[in-house]
Write a protein that binds this ligand. Sequence first.
Ligand code: ZN
Length: 339
Amino acid sequence: MPKFAIGVDLGGTNLRIAAVDDTGKLLQKLTLGTEVKRGRDHVIQEMCAAIEQLLAKFTSAGEMCGIGIGVPGFIDMESGMVMRSPNLADWTNFPVREVIEKRLGTHVILENDANVAAMGEKWLGAGRDVEHMCMYTLGTGVGGGLVLHGRLWHGMTGMAGELGHFNIFPDGHPCGCGSRGCLEQYASATAVVRMAREAMERKEASEELTRLEGDPVQFTARSIYNLAVQGDASAKRVFENVGRALGIGIGAMVNALNLPMYVIGGGVASAWDAFAPAMFEEMEFRSSIYALTSPERKEFSRSTIITRALLGSDAGLYGAARLPMLEDFSQLEKTRTKA
Ligand SMILES: [Zn+2]
């Protein structure tokens, strides 16, 4: 009998839920127009109702492994609580996992959203042939996830992998985390827009970029990228900055861990051709390990691969579903403390 699990991707704007079998086949996906801003209880109610709908449909067809939920924020893996989440303010210090487990009568794993995306890419995407990888998700912010020996690396409290807060420039732009000059401040969609605006303020922006800035609806990372593709030098410089920051950040990871693969996903990853040349150039400079092991060098039988993610916005959904398939819940119970 095949196994299956339910994956949930709780985003800032909507809620997606899928039943996936253990070969990676998507059985069914539900996208709910649930407004996260209507609050925790409302979201949990809608989420559980949708999960129950999928459970009713698929339980007779296979063994149910459990439910994985990707949540934007710091998760305490022991208590199953959200410790800090800018988008889900009323979810903190609330026993999310316990409440959902009680309601559904099955095992639930809460996991950081960037971690579930990394697990999705490891399972079915760019990382499917490697045992260890690191993933960067370039969206509104920059998320990170580390997969070692096929499993997520959580660190001591479940907060490992905050690669968006690697310091790039010690006195750089202030970051929401309280520090300055984090990768997130140079490689997120938010950062692309800000850096374009800064270019304008320094009078280094082209006429086209300046015109774009005058229209708040049109002034997005995507439209700045479109200008870069058309050859606009000031827009190209913005993405060169993205590439340089990524090269410094990923170069540090290569130096620390010497992993075989670093995957870049999220919306900004679609600007790959605009930022990748500067990123690779910077990596050669910042990481002698990368310089020695880059695919061009062929000095070693294996190379350090930096590549784009393959699953798009579904990575988190697949990764969330994968987690309960990998878990031995009888062991997990012993390590969990009461919330
Ligand atoms: Zn930061």
